[in-house]
Design a protein around this ligand. Structure first.
Ligand SMILES: NC(=O)c1ccc[n+]([C@@H]2O[C@H](COP(=O)([O-])OP(=O)(O)OC[C@H]3O[C@@H](n4cnc5c(N)ncnc54)[C@H](O)[C@@H]3O)[C@@H](O)[C@H]2O)c1
Length: 341
């Protein structure tokens, strides 16, 4: 802490890291003290964007600086584990970009380390702070939709193309985090197929099916090789249905009073099914648009002040990694179902 402000350092200043710097600089209770990147051209860009902000190649300056309270890790996923571990070992709280790491075992190690050191570890599952998703969660929790039958997600775009992880770890992470959040559980069964067209062994597109406790099914199509940017979710309940479209800036959430019921009926000739359908009003709830990253990082600062993290903390984030690992395993087995314990 310096001058009563929470000292922040950002490691990884490529596409996403500068957004963390911009957002943390907008909070009066925080001060961004360091921007770290191994690439000089990225550091140059940071100096142009944020004049006066010290930049460095080596993260050790951050770990050695007593004014740094918390570290944001915004480097490629494969490097998260080592950087988060070293930051915690240096006594720094950590906000790590999604996903926390690439293996459940690593995630558990990080969670244990944070707990042993009394430090906060939060992961940037940014959609948990998206006003549209929060509205959907509110509807689910209030029972407005009835029992959830299935949820589905489409997350596509042309790029950004990664080489350290596949489209499941990079893109479907978001949808897994959204579904685990909405349903309040992790799936019990996962099956996934996918294909690598650009780099061997790195799936550009994945098709994932997940079964959650209580029989709710989920489906995710995630691709960075697609002509169109789409970020959509559909939630189908026994009473109502909801759609969320992140790219619809005025009405991202629509609640459909629509559905179908199958009722067994009995007549002289035996039992038959009568399906009744209804098609009522569509409600577009008013949603206050706020930048999700700003909400997320504000929450992180509040957690630091309170000394505990409840949302997107280690347990939740390790479960997301566990699901991603199961997706990976199923991909390697041509879509064979993988059970989570
Ligand atoms: N929450 C979101 O919506 C969102 C969006 C984009 C990216 N991300 C996440 O942010 C992370 C970074 O993604 P990106 O798109 O910015 O990637 P990027 O490749 O554009 O940037 C990563 C940066 O990290 C630097 N770097 C790599 N290893 C380093 C190390 N050991 N020390 C210091 N710097 C290092 C690279 O030079 C590069 O500038 C990923 O985990 C990604 O999943 C999240």
């Amino acid at each position: 802490m310096r001058d009563g402000k929470i000292g922040i350092a950002v490691i990884g200043c490529g596409h996403w890291g500068p957004n963390h710097i911009r957002v943390f600089r907008s909070f009066p209770e925080a001060e961004v003290l360091w921007a770290i990147d191994i690439d000089e051209s990225r550091r140059q860009r940071i100096r142009a964007l944020f004049p006066g902000l010290p930049t460095e190649k080596d993260p050790r300056v951050v770990w050695a600086d007593p004014a740094v309270d918390a570290v944001v890790v915004a480097t490629p996923t494969k490097s998260h584990f080592e950087l988060v571990k070293a930051s915690l070992q240096a006594g720094k709280h950590v906000l790590c970009e999604k996903p926390l790491c690439t293996a459940k075992g690593e995630g558990l190690q990080l969670a244990e380390l944070a707990a042993a050191k009394g430090l906060l570890l939060m992961v940037g599952h940014v959609f948990l702070f998206n006003p549209g998703i929060l509205k959907v969660k509110e509807l689910v929790d209030a029972g407005e939709l009835g029992q959830l039958q299935y949820v589905s997600a489409t997350r596509t775009n042309l790029g950004p193309i990664r080489s350290d992880v596949n489209a499941a770890f990079d893109l479907a992470t978001h949808d897994v985090s959204i579904f685990n959040f909405l349903l309040g559980a992790k799936p019990e069964l996962v099956s996934a197929t996918g294909a690598s067209f650009l780099q061997p062994g790195v799936e550009d597109v994945v098709f994932v099916s997940l079964r959650y406790p209580g029989g709710t099914w989920a489906n995710i199509r995630a691709s960075w090789l697609d002509p169109k940017k789409v970020r959509q979710i559909t939630v189908v309940g026994t009473r109502k249905m909801v759609t969320w479209d992140d790219l619809d800036l005025t009405s991202p959430v629509a609640v459909y009073d629509k559905g179908a019921n199958a009722v067994p009926e009995y007549a002289d000739y035996g039992e038959f099914l009568r399906v009744t359908m209804w098609d009522g009003d569509v409600l577009l709830p008013k949603i206050q648009m706020q930048e999700p990253l700003k909400n997320q990082n504000q929450y992180f600062l509040e957690c630091l002040q309170r000394g505990r993290v409840e949302k997107s903390g280690p347990d939740f984030s390790v479960e997301v990694v566990e699901v991603l690992e199961a997706i990976e395993e199923s991909l390697r087995k041509d879509g064979a179902p993988v059970r989570l314990t």
